[in-house]
Design a binder for this molecule. Structure first.
Ligand SMILES: [Fe+2]
Length: 132
């Protein structure tokens, strides 16, 4: 059993927008909890609600972020929303695949790669429009 974190939050991941950073950390925190349960060999009984929490919190976050960047007049709003929509659709597919193949690590690596890439490369683009 390991208590180490799957993803360690770095200062460089912060956008400087307090509510966005708070929610990003919340998402990473939930992914870390998912990893912890998987490492411990916990059953579907605990994995399932953690995944549901992550999905619901992701929706809350996307709603928050989309409203903030719309209000800021971000020119690539539509493209950004499409990426969010893409994650929602792809996540269901990856979850199903992981359950069928009994490979939960697949979900973890997918979530880690998507979120870190999104936060660092994609979300950073709207920051100058929100923080003026
Ligand atoms: Fe985003």
């Amino acid at each position: 059993m390991s208590n180490s974190l799957y993803i360690v939050w770095k200062e460089g991941n912060n956008t400087g927008i307090p509510i966005i950073d708070e929610q990003h950390r919340g998402i990473i925190s939930t992914i870390n909890s998912l990893h912890y349960f998987i490492q411990n060999g916990d059953s579907e009984k605990i994995l399932q609600p953690t995944l549901v929490t992550l999905k619901q919190y992701t929706l809350i976050h996307f709603k928050t972020e989309e409203a903030i960047i719309a209000k800021a007049g971000y020119p690539d709003l539509e493209e950004h929303c499409a990426l969010h929509q893409g994650l929602a659709e792809k996540t269901d597919h990856v979850y199903q695949e992981a359950i069928t193949n009994k490979d939960h690590k697949l979900v973890l690596s997918f979530l880690r790669d998507w979120w870190l890439n999104h936060i660092v490369r994609i979300d950073s683009k709207y920051v100058p429009f929100v923080i003026k």
